[in-house]
Design a protein around this ligand. Structure first.
Ligand code: CP
Length: 307
């Protein structure tokens, strides 16, 4: 049984195949409208979500399948003390594939050990978010026409931001990607990413605190929000939350073909005044999330012999 827990569970070839399939789905929606007929996706969301859960559900519906699930731990028997293991064991007897989000790092990995059907990690704590990474890669491919050979700035909460951790793991496997890590000192990327990923693989990177200073050199700017829900101390969150605000004055420093990505939700870190700038890709990125999840569900059900 093949699950998707970490972006590196997929080889570069498998990622490229999923992205190519997503592009074909975009161009030929009718061809895929019944490929998952009779199949069920369960969305087990123990933590809030708008894009990930609803795009998974829309994806399965557009493949002709059905969806079931819950959108918060409060509306499940987790509130009565049921374990993740028991929940997943039961739901895997109702559904053909499960997308699961949980605040505890490693919960989807544990679920994959007891599940009778494929598990997709839809975000676990500050750890990984592999389907956001597929979304980001499809967006980069569509906006830039390539997955390698550019300078990407990752800005904001690089400590708790799981989308950043997953994206770095995926992008270091492509040629010629240079990383600029822009964060306050308190929100730098975890040490394991520096030592185990950048340094071990001889990847070009630098850590800076000023966004203005590096704007002119970026081909892609990946903005993130400060992850309020992961802070232990409200005062620290309040002090750090507005460290970076991308606005028209900063966009004037950027290349004319910069691509601005953001996994969303946005709080204050991107001014709405740049939403109509053609370089702002984040709403197109959210739509790409539905197409890439269609490609992923279809691929995983096929690879596991369920369709
Ligand atoms: N990007 C993302 O994971 O958004 P949601 O939290 O709304 O699912």
């Amino acid at each position: 049984m093949k699950h998707l827990i970490d972006p590196t569970d997929l080889s570069v070839q498998e990622i490229d195949d999923i992205l190519d399939l997503a592009l074909d789905i975009i161009d030929n929606k009718e061809k895929y409208s019944e490929v998952c007929k009779g199949k069920k996706l369960a969305t087990l969301f123990f933590e809030p979500s708008t894009r990930t859960r609803l795009s998974f559900e829309a994806a399965m519906m557009e493949l002709g399948g059905n969806v079931l699930g819950f959108s918060s731990a409060d509306s499940s028997s987790a509130t009565k003390g049921e374990s993740v293991g028991d929940t997943v064991r039961v739901v895997s007897s109702y559904a053909d594939i499960i997308a699961m989000r949980h605040p505890k790092e490693g919960a989807p990995m544990y679920a994959s050990m007891v599940s009778g059907v494929p598990i997709i990690n839809a975000g676990d704590g500050g750890h990984n978010h592999p389907t956001q990474t597929l979304t980001d890669l499809l967006t980069i491919k569509r906006e830039k026409g390539r997955l390698g050979n550019y300078t990407i700035g990752l800005c904001g909460d690089l400590k708790f931001g799981r989308t950043v951790h997953s994206l770095i793991k995926a992008l270091v496997r492509y040629e010629g990607v240079k990383f600029v890590l822009i964060s306050p000192n308190e929100l730098r990327v975890p040490d394991y990413i520096i030592t185990e990923i950048f340094e071990k693989n001889n990847i070009e990177y630098k850590e800076v605190t000023s966004l203005e200073e590096v704007m002119p050199e970026l081909d892609i700017l990946y903005m993130t929000r400060v992850q309020k829900e992961r802070f232990f101390n409200e005062a620290d969150y309040v002090r750090l939350k507005d460290t970076y605000i991308l606005d028209k004055s900063k966009m004037k420093l950027a290349k004319p073909d910069l691509s601005v990505l953001h996994p969303l939700p946005r709080v204050n870190e991107i001014s709405t005044s740049i939403d109509e700038d053609p370089r702002a890709c984040y709403f197109r990125q959210a739509l790409n999330g539905k197409y890439v999840r269609m490609a992923l569900i279809y691929t995983m059900l096929k690879d596991n012999g369920q369709i």
